[in-house]
Design a protein around this ligand. Structure first.
Ligand code: ATP
Ligand code: MG
Length: 271
């Protein structure tokens, strides 16, 4: 799993997000600093409402930043125009909790996958080459492209949809993948498969991964570094071993006490 380099690919300084105004103000993310190195897998763990998704959306450029700065590959991130945003999204992609919300439901699956090829500059490739690429991406996630053509995303199961998301990532090959609770909507068996696929893809294309989860056991299983988030702040961070085997914060200890089997070998049959 260790494939870290010393190159910083994403950095956040003092990242803050406030929703609403006046008495209805919510401080969702509060002065978060984060340095992400190329090739590492980090997890952000925290209870519901701790600000994980809000932080993810700021890193992705899906919502505005109230305060703070984001640097991508050493440069201040600039997503001030639609074109610059699209350019940024070639580098950073996400898989979300709810696969249903991740697709435009009126676009057929071939169109979803074709978009990825086009986004990577493959618009002028011959059609049979595009089909071969889509078929390869589908077979990577054990889906049959022939059976998917002409279908809409809502005609798939939750697990199939998450696999389609991974097929998209396979085609897009982003530098950074942000996976926000990608397995919480699906059954145990599919969860293990999805995780395996993500990790395989990560090894294959050397992605940097930000994994967001409630599940500290899962974080230990997949990540080099773990960041514990409470009420919008990182309260503890370090290598997975440091944070999970020797937690110093009561909040981390509390998260750990909910996971009785943490010290045992991760048993995928119970995921
Ligand atoms: N669009 C929004 N408008 C107002 N408040 C919001 C908005 N999005 C999130 N919040 C608030 O910000 C806080 C953090 O929410 P967020 O979704 O980031 O938490 P989370 O850690 O991802 O939780 P979960 O584990 O349940 O997904 C919550 O108090 C939430 O109610
Ligand atoms: Mg969330």
């Amino acid at each position: 799993m260790k494939r870290k380099s010393n190159n910083v690919c994403l950095k956040a300084e003092g990242l803050t997000k406030v929703f609403g105004f006046g008495r209805r103000k919510t401080l969702a993310v509060d002065q978060v600093d984060l340095t992400l190195y190329e090739g590492e897998v980090i997890s952000i763990v925290g209870e519901s409402g701790s600000g994980k998704t809000t932080l993810a959306k700021m890193l992705l450029g899906l919502i505005s930043v109230t305060e703070g700065e984001i640097y991508f590959k050493g440069q201040k991130r600039d997503i001030s125009t639609h074109r610059k945003k699209k350019e940024y999204w070639k580098n950073i992609q996400a898989i979300f909790q709810d696969p249903f919300s991740s697709y435009n439901i009126f676009r057929k699956i071939d169109a979803v996958l074709l978009d990825c090829i086009h986004m990577k500059g493959g618009k002028r490739l011959p059609h049979d080459k595009k089909v071969a690429m889509m078929a390869e991406a589908c077979s990577f996630v054990n889906l049959k492209f022939e059976e998917l053509t002409n279908k809409y995303p809502f005609e798939l199961s939750g697990g199939q949809m998450q696999r389609l998301m991974i097929a998209r990532i396979f085609l897009l090959k982003p530098t950074i993948l942000l996976a926000d609770e990608p397995t919480s909507m699906i059954d145990a068996c599919s969860r293990a498969t999805i995780l395996d696929m993500l990790m395989k893809l990560r090894d294959e294309i050397g992605m940097t991964v930000i994994f967001i989860t409630h599940d500290i056991g899962l974080a230990y299983y997949v990540s080099d570094k773990v960041y514990i988030m409470e009420k919008g702040k990182f309260v503890e961070s370090g290598t997975a071993d440091q944070v999970i085997l020797n937690p110093t914060q009561p909040y981390t200890q509390r998260l750990l006490s909910d996971v009785p089997k943490i010290y045992e070998e991760w048993d995928l049959s119970t995921v």
